[in-house]
Design a protein around this ligand. Structure first.
Ligand code: CO
Length: 175
């Protein structure tokens, strides 16, 4: 598991560079990022967040069996606008209301260097926008619907009954 960079670490405000070769060290970075995301119970992670300025993101929604890996990802189309609650592993203890697209179309390379395109909505669209923003040094706090729409997270209450399968699934988690 890699150490998480936390605001105000300046690397979170830097633009990551395009990946030009997909070799062993990149595969190792991807594996470490996936493990770090899963351990932190996040839905996504961008390389900046573990101190690496390369355009790599990983995403895993609660319903995904396998994580998504995107190298050099780009949003190529955005549709609609909505307000959603969001958090970030690099801004622990806070959540906010942000403006996001309803649908996005994105392209990039998978971990084998193969071109992939994805049409996404709901949480996947939100995660793609959030993580690709990280690669450009943008954080969700830059996209708040208004400045007072950022708040400290309430300490999580213990569930009445332990869920059968570990952590309860929450809609608002992100990376
Ligand atoms: Co984040």
């Amino acid at each position: 598991m890699l150490p998480m960079r936390i605001v105000p670490d300046p690397i979170l405000r830097q633009k990551a560079k395009r990946v030009s070769s997909i070799g062993g060290s990149l595969q190792r970075l991807i594996d470490d990022m996936i493990e770090t995301m899963q351990e932190a119970n996040g839905v996504g992670l961008a390389a900046n967040q573990v101190g690496v300025l390369q355009r790599v993101v990983v995403i895993q929604l609660p319903e995904d069996e396998e994580p998504w890996v995107f190298i050099n990802p780009e949003i190529i189309r955005r549709e609609g606008e909505r307000e959603v609650e969001e958090g970030c592993l690099s801004i622990p203890g806070y959540r906010g209301m942000v403006r996001r697209s309803v649908k996005v179309r994105a392209k990039g390379l998978d971990r084998n260097g193969k071109q992939v395109r994805v049409s996404a909505e709901e949480l996947l669209a939100q995660a793609l926008e959030h993580e690709i923003d990280h690669l450009d040094g943008t954080l969700y706090i830059d996209r708040l619907v208004s400045r007072d729409q950022l708040w400290k997270e309430e300490p999580r209450e213990e569930p009445q009954e332990a869920p059968a399968d570990g952590e309860p699934v929450e809609a608002g988690r992100t990376g």
